[in-house]
Design a protein around this ligand. Structure first.
Ligand code: PHE
Length: 449
């Protein structure tokens, strides 16, 4: 069963496919809250990522999307999306090497300008002129000819034209969409493209028996395009599916997967991959054999290739059990601290944070004379957690120093208190904080400063 139908908009659709819960979206379309957001006042010139574009009456960027453009979550080292991106990139770099094995096969493109032409976002990808994804209610337009990229596929035509045969494109993409647990006007995609000359697909010995292109185009069939030879189309599908199944195993561990037929204007045949997660089937990506017309337009008529696009939020929500897409944007340290200092391969299970405000208190003390810094730290953490119990959300050692004259060692810890049930008052927290200090004094002879 597929959720896609050719009449549906690839742009808005894919956001849903990649981010949504299938059952939810088989029902009616939810109302778009974002389209109700007022436009920002239009600047004469819009500057973004080194481009300067004169706006016109098509401008429909809201103030909120302008704010989102500034944040750049993938540049934040501990953001879960960044951890996941690195995990995927590392896997691809380790698994696919250039002949000889000394360097990675795939070029990673993560600094592409986020404002693109409508040719890049739509026409170069064979998106029909009347396609729903072009509507100003779906896409953010800077002017008639420029928009914010709605998918990382927007860079494909140019990158292929510039000579890349194997690349990953990563970045934030923008769609005018509703805001709820699985939709946000900005989300992040990771795209992969691989092109093959005849010998790269079949080996030099095989190319005579297996040409990659038809001498005379056939009719289009469910499993092949007019110009791509049957063997080549099959080989591409095998390579593409193996690449993606292997990637999923590397991220999620060995898991149940299934392929579902799909439609995209720029690939044929097209598929989605679903994985079984906690008893449910989830769509995690869209992919397919690149339309040969796209290859011809990009100046590479004699190669064939495949592409895929996956939604990083969708995967990260599953991988780290993050229940709401809006959390990726929070600056709440209760969220961020759970990913801080983690490496891409660490398994992290996100623990929901409370909606009530945090209260932060510091504790500073001198250690007893013979006690070293390291001897004390875990005792302090344990004491804070034992006495503070559920109210302690985070504890961090912020500072330690030895006084040159007296030789006394001092430490400072920052404690973030927060309750799941209610907003805490300073007095309530102070009582707990004092009890912690007391315990540190009595048990470990700390001298509070
Ligand atoms: N660009 C598609 C989307 O998000 C995903 C995709 C990429 C599908 C590459 C097939 C090939 O809308």
């Amino acid at each position: 069963m597929t959720l896609l139908s050719p009449s549906r908009c690839v742009s808005r659709r894919l956001c849903r496919i990649l981010l949504a819960n299938a059952a939810h979206y088989s029902n009616a379309e939810p109302a778009s809250s974002e389209s109700a957001t007022p436009k920002s006042s239009r600047p004469e010139i819009f500057k973004l990522d080194g481009k300067e574009i004169r706006t016109d009456s098509c401008w429909n960027l809201s103030n909120s999307v302008l704010t989102l453009l500034e944040r750049q979550l993938l540049n934040e080292p501990s953001n879960p999306l960044n951890l996941l991106k690195q995990r995927i990139v590392n896997h691809v770099h380790q698994t696919y090497r250039k002949p000889g094995g000394r360097s990675p096969l795939f070029t990673v493109c993560e600094r592409e300008p986020r404002v693109v032409t409508t040719f890049e976002n739509f026409d170069s990808l064979l998106t029909p002129a009347d396609h729903i994804s072009r509507r100003p209610s779906d896409t953010y337009y800077v002017n008639q000819d420029y928009c914010l990229r709605a998918h990382t596929t927007a860079h494909e035509h140019r990158l292929i034209r510039e000579g890349l045969d194997a690349f990953l494109t990563v970045g934030d993409v923008y769609r005018r969409d509703e805001i709820d647990k699985t939709h946000y006007p900005c989300f992040h995609q990771l795209e992969g493209v691989r092109l093959y000359a005849a010998d790269q697909l079949f080996g030099t010995a095989g190319i005579n028996q297996h040409p990659i292109l038809e001498k005379t185009p056939t009719e289009r069939k469910p499993h092949k395009q007019e110009k791509i030879a049957e063997d080549a189309s099959n080989a591409l599908q095998i390579q593409l599916k193996a690449f993606l199944e292997d990637l999923c195993d590397a991220i999620f561990g060995v898991c149940e997967k299934r392929w579902v037929d799909a439609y995209f204007p720029f690939t044929h045949p097209s598929f989605e991959l679903e994985i079984e997660y906690q008893g449910k089937w989830l769509e995690v990506l869209g992919c397919g054999v690149l339309e040969q017309k796209l290859m011809e337009m990009a100046g590479v008529p004699d190669k064939v290739g495949w592409a895929f696009g996956l939604g990083l939020e969708r995967l990260a929500m599953v991988l780290y059990t993050i229940p709401d897409i809006r959390l990726f944007w929070t600056k709440d340290s209760g969220f961020l601290s759970q990913f801080e200092g983690k490496s891409p391969t660490d398994s992290i299970v996100y623990k929901p944070i409370s909606a009530h405000p945090q209260v932060t208190f510091d504790v500073s003390f001198f250690l007893p004379e013979s006690v070293q810094f390291n001897d004390m730290t875990s005792d302090v953490y344990d004491t804070i957690r034992n006495v503070g119990g559920e109210l302690v959300e985070q504890v961090k050692l912020m500072d330690e120093f030895t006084n040159k004259k007296s030789g006394k060692r001092s430490q400072m810890y920052r404690i973030v208190y927060r309750s799941n049930e209610k907003s805490l008052t300073k007095q309530e927290v102070n009582a707990v904080h004092k009890a912690i200090e007391q315990e540190l004094v009595e048990k470990f002879s700390a001298v509070i400063r």
